[in-house]
Design a binder for this molecule. Sequence first.
Ligand code: SF4
Length: 365
Amino acid sequence: MLKELLYKENYSVSEIETLLSLKDEEDIKQLQDRANEMLNQSIGDSVYYRGIVEFSNICSLDCYYCGIRKSNGEVGRYALSKDDIISSAKWCADQGYGSVVLQSGERSDENFVNFVEEVIREIKKETISEKLPRGVGITLSVGEHSKEVYSRFFKAGAHRYLLRIETTNEELYRELHPESQELNERKECLSFLRQSGFQVGTGVMIGIPGQTIEMLARDVLFFKEQDIDMIGMGPYLVHNQTPMAEKSQMDKDPLLQLSLNMIAVCRIVLKDINIAATTALQAVVPDGRERGLSYGANVTMPNITPTEVRSSYKLYEGKPCMDEGRQECKSCLLGRVHSIGRDVAFDQWGDSKHFALRTSRTENF
Ligand code: SF4
């Protein structure tokens, strides 16, 4: 019965709910094996690095769960200089990390947009080498913007964009955000990104207070309907200086298993997309990222934010790797990947095969 379910071509909400709810050890093993089989068949088992630079924690929005929301007066604000960001990207390129992620709090003012645009252009120019003839691949994660702004970022040289939707359930979204932040606008931005030419990534938090398994199943089907190219999702973890802190949080063991089941189910249902094993998994258990990879993820993001400011980019409590230098992080992560019998594909962008197939742009494969 379970075997049949794991080999279906299309899934209903209730079938996805069944898979997400698996708890029995043997059943989970079957789910994990099927996810790995799908990974190997559809994209291969290489792991891709994206060095992540959290270049500013200044945010104009106020998500109720987030440690750097604008109303949190306890957090020291910072913004890295252009030179600091570019030198971080160059370090990545030198180490063989084929891609970077530039992430920050959300700002829509013209100064910010110009700054990001210039940084992208400079990084592309400065990281060209024999190994990376088109420079490092750039993923942006800087929030909601107009279609015109997204097109500017794309033309400057970024080609992947991560905009997490956090939940596709209207009522739950309302619980997580003030009135001024609307789910429909977030969805519209995902369309703008696609129209601008980006490989589009999104994702949700898992284990949000009030979230049901059915909501998560509908999130998976939303990714499918939207033909999403990349997923970055992780467990919901509380930050003590937020309005959500008074609500209870799922226990660690079930939270971890549900998060891993989500990764496996996304791999099985969405097949050839990129899926990140996020740092939040490592905040739940020390080997969380390896576990994410072993349930079908194929991307991981070493943190290359300068250590002086890293602790000020804390979206949730218990964020790991706050003090490790870049070099330490590189060898630690490589050991983690090797420990599960996988290898890192260095000097490659590691683009989403799903994007290549849906657009017939196969030049990176
Ligand atoms: S989740 Fe993102 S947009 Fe929301 S407050 Fe935090 S940094 Fe800002």
